[in-house]
Design a protein around this ligand. Structure first.
Ligand SMILES: Cc1cc2nc3c(=O)[nH]c(=O)nc-3n(C[C@H](O)[C@H](O)[C@H](O)COP(=O)(O)OP(=O)(O)OC[C@H]3O[C@@H](n4cnc5c(N)ncnc54)[C@H](O)[C@@H]3O)c2cc1C
Length: 374
């Protein structure tokens, strides 16, 4: 069975769903192909100012905020001592990834966007540089005007397009657990580093639960998690969160792969990369989703302005979308700089950029949002 559509989007994560919504609202016929049986469950928790602004521009601000936690300060510690506080003038939102994407996905239903879950792309058929057909594993075919690869860091569409990636691994392992919320975590978001290159971030995700990230040198991971040494190690530098120690020991600690990723081009013919298929930065920047939503806005504008004309589409992607690589590159470099200085307080404070951290690539308003404590 062959289905024609204006735009086929591969991947129903934040990037794919948000772009689908914008295109659906503009009257384009959109099919989203997702290999999972539902929208993805695992992902980021924080939407910072640039992402909040994008959501507000599209009438989703209050819908997302309604069930989110809003915070406006993160306090940083080194070897147990507070070193700085970062204030966010409009606050930032904490909302588990699945719930955020769910809001956007639900809004797509009103715009006639089709979602094909449990569907995997088997191959792309090309006509020169253009993707002519997407062939699914179950034999169905899609004949799209535009193809968007929103299929995450290991993007199969990107590989089929022949776009290479450059990945940089970080020398630490990242672990995450969801635990019962304790009073100290409910009070303030606290982010800790120590001289051995460990870090830990504790924050609430709702009225009852907290998320805890722990990063540690790769070579320490097996010993610490294999021999139940985590809580004693955290006690050495995770101060002012003592009431959380009891819930950290029995928690289920999941490994999270983290790496930075860059690609040399963001489009080929009528296909473009979006979100984690296009770039990945260290999660410590907390900006991946904000940039991805802004990228989706730009892509939607280009696709709509081209009105199905292949030459106009390519020109729009070249001049309007490719330059986003500079903003992404700056964010990736920043994440790399932060992650390289966790062990060194002075170096960390030196590379910390309040403009990027708070405002991302939008215009900063004033300054002085970071207060050095000692
Ligand atoms: C540990 C961690 C913490 C982070 N924290 C933050 C944060 O606090 N704030 C922030 O702004 N950003 C954060 N980020 C970045 C953020 O998660 C990403 O920017 C965002 O998830 C990108 O969304 P996406 O739609 O591109 O990808 P994804 O959410 O990965 O969606 C990709 C989708 O494509 C589907 N798919 C894959 N292959 C195929 C295929 N062949 N066929 C069909 N479907 C397919 C997958 O099943 C998935 O549903 C974090 C990242 C990490 C790793």
């Amino acid at each position: 069975m062959t289905t024609s559509c204006d735009v086929a989007i591969v991947g129903a994560g934040l990037g794919g769903c948000f772009l689908a919504l914008l295109l659906g609202r503009s009257g384009r016929s959109v099919v989203v192909v997702e290999q999972g049986t539902a929208i993805p469950a695992a992902g980021a928790d924080f939407v910072k100012r640039p992402g909040m602004a994008v959501l507000a521009r599209h009438g989703l601000g209050s819908l997302v905020e309604r069930h989110s936690l809003k915070r406006d300060i993160v306090r940083y510690y080194h070897d147990g001592e507070p070193i700085q506080e970062c204030r966010y003038p409009d606050g930032f939102l904490i909302r588990p990834y699945r719930e955020l994407v769910e809001v956007i996905y639900s809004s797509c239903a009103m715009e006639g966007v089709e979602f094909w879950f449990d569907s995997r792309i088997e191959s792309l058929e090309r006509d020169g540089d253009r993707v002519a057909r997407l062939v699914l594993a179950d034999g169905r075919e899609l004949r799209p005007g535009v193809v968007i690869a929103a299929d995450g860091t290991r993007s199969m569409v990107r590989q089929e397009l022949g776009i290479t990636k450059e990945t940089t691994s970080y020398p630490h392992m990242l672990r995450v657990a969801t635990v019962p919320l304790t009073a100290s975590v409910a009070r303030l978001n606290r982010l800790y580093f120590n001289s051995e290159g460990w870090f830990s971030y504790l924050y609430p995700v709702n009225e009852e639960q907290a998320r805890v990230f722990v990063g540690l040198p790769l070579e320490d991971d097996d010993e610490v998690f294999g021999h139940g040494l985590l809580v004693d190690a955290l006690k050495e530098f995770v101060t002012e969160n003592d009431d959380a120690y009891d819930v950290l020991g029995p928690a289920h600690w999941q490994k999270i792969p983290v790496a930075a990723m860059r690609v040399p081009v963001y489009h080929k013919g009528n296909a473009a990369l979006l979100g984690s298929a296009a770039f990945a930065c260290h999660p410590m920047t907390g900006m991946g989703m904000s940039y991805t939503m802004h990228d989706a806005e730009i892509l939607a504008g280009i696709i709509c302005a081209a009105e199905g004309d292949p030459a106009l589409l390519e020109k729009g992607l070249e001049t309007g979308y490719e330059p986003r690589r500079h903003a992404h590159g700056e964010l990736i470099d920043y994440g790399d700089a932060l992650s390289g200085t966790f062990h060194d307080k002075a170096a960390y404070l030196d590379v910390f950029r309040e403009d990027l951290h708070v405002f991302g690539d939008t215009e900063p308003i004033g300054d002085g949002y970071v207060r050095v404590l000692r």
